[in-house]
Design a protein around this ligand. Structure first.
Ligand code: HMH
Length: 227
């Protein structure tokens, strides 16, 4: 069995719950509140900066040129392609790239990216790929599903989002991550596989928390002190 098949069995209930989440449903149905979406996109922009850092760590830790190149391509794709989506949305509503980049990090964004970066720094290259796997793969999973919902692809505001994450280009990013982890785990003992599975499960929980952060427009518990 491929390691990603084993992982999918583990995370499937968590990922299915994303599709019932009011924010994710709101994107698919075109009903999500604009203020919530803007908060989400701003937090996601600064999230993607840290996420790219994990690709850079993976590239630095890679033991062969193929792995190093895949990480470098993922880094390039995120910064030059996926983040254009956020820049385009921001431009539409009058937020500059500088303002977008200067977004104050929310507690959930901080916790999630800190966890990814610490896991990537602690272990070998396999930890970096485990840390980003749920991100790329679950977004592709959500994108493909929402693309089947009536009108989701054509919605004037949220259609771009659905088109990005259901695109073949984005599916390729998820596939590259899956291939990397399957290659890297081929001869690994069970205790190491379990540790990687744990990273994928925890990042899947963080993904749920990120959707909650968007839905609740949350930042930090003590808002007036968090500026
Ligand atoms: C929080 C989060 N996870 C995953 C992705 C996919 O890259 C994203 N844009 N944001």
């Amino acid at each position: 069995m491929l390691f990603t098949d084993r992982l999918f069995k583990k995370v499937e209930p968590v990922w299915s719950s994303y599709l019932d989440h009011p924010f994710v449903k709101g994107i698919g149905e075109g009903t999500v509140d604009e203020d919530k979406f803007i908060h989400y996109m701003r937090q996601d922009y600064v999230y993607l900066i840290e996420y790219s850092r994990v690709f850079a760590i993976g590239s630095a830790k890679a033991k062969d040129l193929k792995t190093m190149t895949i990480f470098a391509n993922l880094l390039h794709g995120t910064m030059n392609y996926e983040m254009d989506l956020h820049r385009e949305y921001a431009a539409k509503i009058g937020i500059s790239n500088e303002e977008l980049e200067a977004t104050g990090p929310s507690s959930t964004m901080t916790a999630y990216t800190s966890y990814m970066i610490s896991q990537a720094q602690l272990g070998g290259v396999e930890n970096s790929i485990a840390a980003v796997l749920a991100c790329a793969w679950s977004y592709s999973f959500i994108g493909k599903e929402l693309a089947r919902w009536p009108g989701a692809l054509d919605h004037e505001l949220y259609g771009n989002w659905v088109r990005m994450y259901s695109s073949d280009e984005f599916a390729k990013i998820a596939e590259d991550c899956k291939e990397l982890i399957n290659d890297i785990t081929k001869d690994k003992p069970e205790d190491e596989l379990k540790a990687l599975e744990d990273i994928v499960l925890r990042t899947s929980y963080f993904e749920y928390m990120f959707w909650d952060m968007a839905e609740n427009i949350s930042t930090w518990p003590v808002k007036e002190l968090a500026r």
